[in-house]
Each structure stands twice: as structure tokens, then as C-alpha cells.
Design a binder for this molecule. Structure first.
Ligand code: ZN
Length: 306
């Protein structure tokens, strides 16, 4: 499971990104250890219909980032690998998802300044920052951040109501980074680029319409979001069974209602961010994944079960 893959000279050099050279090294190492699977092969393995001679490894990429078109696609084409890419349909050419506004602001402002601005803007909107110490929960969730940053991200993603957070982020984003649609065109693939990815043999799936925490929405809002995502992909690229990836993707980010809704909209399977490998018979609507940051540099995963 990959997100940002770029070199350090890119815009926003402080983003928590995987370097493109490390990515190329990693796919070479993965290819030596695993059979690099297509989505179709991986799903037939899960159904117990395919027994590969080596463990399978499927490469997936979340958020429809421009990095995936500019940096990942050439590397995968050279290596003859099919990647599976999950796009946020309302973001392409228009919006920056709140999770990415947060990443970009954190990569622009120093942490203390950003946190102070968030607390101030939220207070102006009538929100009181939680008094409870959430550090241990936060550190468990954000394993690669220092504890103050993890605690801040935790409150932002789990405590502040989405409507308030979005208003706060919109204000700080506009003041600090400028026009949202312009940044969206730099941050995400455009529709013609997505089309080119498909023409190059890559699989495109849905990652929701607005990248909200699906389990946090009302059933009606959730159904609307997932249907909008499926509809946009169908209208642009035709009716076809596609994979889905839950925004945030932890076990509490989606519910049985989310799964039912994803199925109803014709998605063929769904990926979580729950860490681990998968075996035949496992639920194809809660597929586990491994983040490259979970793997020590220069090594590949030796066990498929976490
Ligand atoms: Zn995402």
C-alpha cells in the first residue's frame, strides 16, 4: 500500500513521502521474493481458485495522487507490473481532501504554528480541544509520527466533527496555500491521466467520492458518497467491476453497512489499511495491506501473517 512517491526536489519536500529511487529498489526486491500479482490473480487466490508457487504481492496506491502517474507508472511499466490505483472522485481537478489539506499544511508550516492556527480557528468556530490525554491511542494509530504530532492528528481525524474541520482547513488552506482547484490539479492525477493509466494496463478503483470517514457518516450520506464515486467511474470509463479502498481503512473506518453499500454499487472487492497478509477464504471486502514503512529498508516481508 503506497501513498506519496516522489523525489525530495518536489513541491512540498517535507511531505512524508517515499523516495522514487527507494520505490524502484523496493519493487525489485519484492519481485525477487514474491510473484507480483495482478488484481485478478490476487482475487482468485483469495477465492481459493489459484494456488501460486510463491506468495503473491499486489501493489496498490491510494488517493489518485499525481505521483502515481508521473513517478509510479513509468517504474511499473518498465518492470511489467500491473498496479491498482484508488482515486477520490470529487478531488480530481477540483477539491483537495481534508486529509491532504492537513498533510500539505503540515509540510508547509512548522508544527507549532500549524497546531496553534488550528486550535485558534476551531475555537472561533466554537470547538473546545479535548482535555483528555489521547497520546497512547494516537501513537498506536500513527506509528511513524512523534507523539505530539500523533496526538494532534488523532484529534483532527477522530474528534473534531468533519463539518468544523473542513471549515477550519478551508480557511487556513486559502490563507496559506491559495486556490484549492489549482493545488488539486498539482496534487492529483487529472481525468485524462487516469484514462492513460487504464490504457497502460493499470487498474483504477474507487476510494470514495470525498474521502470522508465512511463509518462516521449517516447511512444516507454514506450511500450517496459511494454511489457518487461508482457513478463517476462508470460514466467516465464504462460499467465494469472495480475494486474499492476505504478512506483511512482501519477496522473502525468502515462498517457492515459500508461493505453492503460498496457491494451494492458493483465494486468487486475492498481494501482496508489493517496491517497484514491475506489467505484463501479471507473476506475480499476487508483485504489487509502492508505499508512500505512497515518494512525495514532493504528488506522484504518474510511472513504474510501479521
Ligand atoms: Zn486515502
Amino acid at each position: 500500500m503506497y501513498h506519496y512517491v516522489r523525489d525530495e526536489r518536489s513541491l512540498f519536500p517535507r511531505l512524508n513521502a517515499m523516495d522514487i529511487a527507494d520505490f524502484r529498489d523496493q519493487i525489485r526486491l519484492l519481485g525477487a521474493r514474491y510473484e507480483i500479482a495482478s488484481l485478478e490473480t490476487a482475487l482468485s487466490f483469495l477465492r481459493g481458485e489459484h494456488t501460486p508457487s510463491r506468495d503473491l504481492c499486489l501493489l496498490t496506491f491510494d488517493d489518485g495522487l499525481r505521483d502515481h502517474y508521473a513517478n509510479v507508472l513509468p517504474a511499473l511499466l518498465e518492470a511489467g507490473i500491473e498496479g491498482t490505483f484508488f482515486v477520490i472522485t470529487s478531488c480530481i481537478e477540483h477539491h483537495v481532501a481534508s486529509v491532504h489539506k492537513n498533510h500539505l499544511l503540515m509540510a508547509t508550516l512548522d508544527f507549532e504554528t500549524y497546531r496553534a492556527e488550528c486550535v485558534r480557528e476551531l475555537a472561533a468556530l466554537g470547538y473546545e480541544w479535548p482535555a483528555e490525554d489521547l497520546t497512547s491511542k494516537a501513537v498506536a494509530l500513527y506509528r511513524w509520527d512523534r507523539s505530539e504530532v500523533a496526538a494532534f492528528k488523532y484529534v483532527m481525524s477522530r474528534c473534531v466533527p468533519d463539518s468544523l474541520k473542513n471549515r477550519m482547513l478551508d480557511r487556513i488552506f486559502a490563507q496559506r496555500l491559495g486556490e484549492e482547484a489549482e493545488i488539486a490539479r498539482q496534487l492529483y492525477m487529472t481525468w485524462p491521466e487516469v484514462r492513460e493509466m487504464i490504457a497502460s494496463g493499470m487498474v483504477i478503483g474507487g476510494h470514495s467520492h470525498a474521502h470522508d470517514l465512511l463509518a462516521g457518516l449517516s447511512l444516507e450520506q454514506m450511500a450517496e458518497d459511494i454511489a457518487a464515486c461508482a457513478g463517476e467511474l462508470r460514466n467516465r470509463f464504462g460499467a465494469k467491476s472495480r475494486p474499492f479502498s476505504y478512506p483511512y481503512g482501519k477496522s473502525d473506518s468502515f462498517s457492515q453497512h459500508t461493505v453492503a453499500c460498496v457491494r451494492k454499487n458493483g465494486f468487486s472487492c475492498a481494501f482496508s489499511t489493517i496491517v497484514g497478509g491475506n489467505a484463501p477464504g479471507d473476506d475480499s471486502f476487508s483485504i489487509r495491506r502492508i505499508d512500505p514503512k512497515d518494512v525495514p529498508a532493504g528488506e522484504v516481508v518474510s511472513s504474510v501473517r501479521s
